[in-house]
Structures are given as C-alpha cells and as structure tokens.
Write a protein that binds this ligand. Sequence first.
Ligand code: ZN
Length: 60
Amino acid sequence: MRPEPLCACCRRHPVDPKSRPFCSERCKLADLGRWLSGDYRVPGDPPPSADTEGGSDDDV
Ligand SMILES: [Zn+2]
C-alpha cells in the first residue's frame, strides 16, 4: 500500500487523476485564484519595478 499524494491546494484529500495535482476541480480553481490574487508572493521580497526611470522620485 503506497501513500497517495495529497492535493496541492488543501493537502487533505488524495489527488484526483482528473484534476492533478489537486483533489478536485474546486481546489484547482481555488489554487489558481490564489495565484491570481497574489497570495503566493513571498513577503519581504518586493517585485522589481520598472518605473524608476525618472519621474516622481522626489521622495528619496
Ligand atoms: Zn483539495
């Protein structure tokens, strides 16, 4: 008996081959939604900004 992989989203239910690596379509969408809303961003690691080429830098 080998251990079944757990859902990458909820980590509670075994993965459904149809929705890998998630347990269900629901978790798949939930995970995608988290990605899109930026929840996976690493705190303390600011994204590189491309708007430093001049303009409003009088705050420095
Ligand atoms: Zn799940």
